[in-house]
Design a protein around this ligand. Structure first.
Ligand SMILES: Nc1ncnc2c1ncn2[C@@H]1O[C@H](COP(=O)(O)OP(=O)(O)OP(=O)(O)O)[C@@H](O)[C@H]1O
Ligand SMILES: [Mg+2]
Length: 458
């Protein structure tokens, strides 16, 4: 708790100089600075100038009755704790002081231990309130940042799955192309559910080499490997009671997958180099842009796959839920401009809605951000669509499938393009499930796989 604050500040407002000096010497230490004021006025000046944590306030001051200062003190520092001190204790003064905002009450003469305890209690209360305020702020931020924006019917289904997942503790597997919002959805599940006030930890399985990822996730005992100079807790231990988000789960090394299964099934972890099994209770959410079913028995364990995908949430690409583009534009623009979004002209919105967004919501955000910086902030015409070519199309290796529906066919389109588009659409409808897609198309699974490869579809 000591980490939550820097040095505390206690202010004594009392005209008795001897009392002030003695009390200062008694209370000040490495963690507490003590200042003294001999009049109400000097005390208020100090409160206006500095962040005072605790005020030791005397009732009889040369220029005021102590309790009348309370509202002023709290106006300057609403977190201040006031300990009211009087040499003429009476029930009325005590009530007056507490009504005016004092937190505690001491009558002179008092034992030093009594004073010390009162100050300790007050500092502790300040700490707790400070920590609570920080937590509240963090929580608000996180909740705000995981707001789910989308109005399409496909997104409506996602919303339902998210609230279902939020009310449960079961593992969730989130799939979808890059930038579709997998991380965003994982946070939304955590912050909208039972777990909202608990820890949310995340790790990207693709970002670390195998030996490091093991230590990071499961912890390591001192000396477990060269460089492990002290025992380190793993992220699973740190996420105790909360949520662990494993991004790019498809990249998790094969031999770590069984360790992860242990966490999920038996709720325990063993640190690298450790011999004891430590209990852990963590909700796991995993995400991948890979088709894990394709990897089963090769680079991904089947048992782990089934355990992780108790609930599956597939986020379709933005081009399959174009209805989400306008509300996302509004939301992202508001975010990028501190709540002062510019008006998006009708023709701009039409262009943005027609584009295929291979990089999905992230690409949309990038395009909008560029135009906020390059156009809006320089007073130029706001035309985000101008930045589409520079980001999306150029970075896409193959030509995009035409966005026309093959059913209401474009007479200019080739049979091959039509087939490619149709397969892509059916695949998305079936949330990437190959068996189902082959069935819908009326072709063999092997034929489908061959075609997917040929067209560079996933
Ligand atoms: N439905 C949504 N509502 C609001 N913001 C969203 C939504 N979906 C995505 N975003 C925003 O789009 C950006 C990209 O989303 P996110 O990082 O979650 O994608 P991802 O699928 O995890 O990408 P990657 O595959 O690269 O990990 C983020 O800034 C995210 O906040
Ligand atoms: Mg992500």
């Amino acid at each position: 708790m000591g980490e939550a604050r820097t040095k505390g500040l206690l202010l004594i407002i009392d005209d008795d100089e001897l009392f002030c000096d003695a009390t200062r010497d008694l209370l000040r230490n490495e963690e507490l600075e003590v200042q003294v004021a001999h009049t109400g006025r000097a005390g208020m000046e100090m409160c206006a100038a500095r962040r005072v944590d605790v005020v030791l306030l005397d009732q009889n001051l040369p220029d005021a009755e102590g309790h009348t200062l309370c509202p002023g003190i709290l106006e300057h520092n609403d977190q201040s704790k006031i300990i009211f001190v009087t040499a003429h204790p009476s029930f009325e003064t005590a009530v007056k002081a507490l009504r005016a905002g004092a937190d505690d009450y001491l009558s002179k003469p008092f034992e030093t231990e009594e004073l010390r305890l009162a100050v300790e209690r007050a500092l502790h209360a300040v700490d707790l309130e400070h920590i609570a305020a920080v937590e509240r702020y963090r929580h608000e931020k996180a909740t705000e940042q995981s707001e789910l924006v989308g109005e399409s019917s496909l997104f409506g289904e996602i919303r339902e799955l998210v609230s279902l997942a939020a009310s449960s503790e079961a593992p969730v597997l989130i799939t979808g192309e890059t930038g579709t919002g997998k991380t965003h959805i994982a946070r939304a599940i955590h912050y909208s559910g039972l777990s909202a006030g608990r820890t949310f930890m995340s790790t990207n399985c693709a970002a670390l080499p195998e030996n490091l990822i093991e230590a990071e996730l499961f912890g390591a005992e001192k000396g477990a490997f060269t460089g492990a100079q002290r025992t380190r807790r793993g992220i699973f231990e740190m996420a105790e009671g909360g949520t662990m988000f494993l991004d790019e789960i498809g990249e998790m090394p094969f031999n770590l997958q069984s360790k992860l299964l242990g966490v999920l099934e038996d709720k325990h972890v063993r640190r690298l180099g450790g011999s004891t099994l430590l209990p852990v209770d963590v909700r796991v959410i995993a995400a991948t842009s890979k088709d894990l079913e394709e990897e089963l028995d090769r680079s991904f364990r089947r048992d782990l796959y089934y355990r992780l995908s108790v609930m599956r949430i597939h986020i379709p690409p933005l081009r399959d839920r174009r209805g989400d583009i306008p509300p996302l534009c509004m939301h992202l623009l508001s975010d990028l401009t501190d709540g002062k979004p510019p008006e998006l002209p009708e023709d701009e919105l039409r262009e943005l809605s027609a584009y295929d967004w291979p990089g999905n919501v992230r690409e949309l955000r990038n395009v909008l951000e560029r135009s906020v910086i390059m156009q809006l902030k320089r007073g130029e015409r706001f035309q985000p669509s101008r930045f589409i070519d520079a980001t999306g199309r150029a970075s896409r290796p193959s030509t995009p499938p035409p966005s026309v529906s093959p059913v209401h066919g474009d007479p200019e389109i080739s049979l091959e393009d039509m087939e490619k588009t149709h397969i892509g659409t059916v695949l998305a409808r079936n949330e990437g499930n190959l068996t189902q897609t082959a069935k819908t198309l009326g072709i063999a699974l092997s034929t489908l796989k061959r075609k997917l490869k040929r067209y560079g579809l996933r």
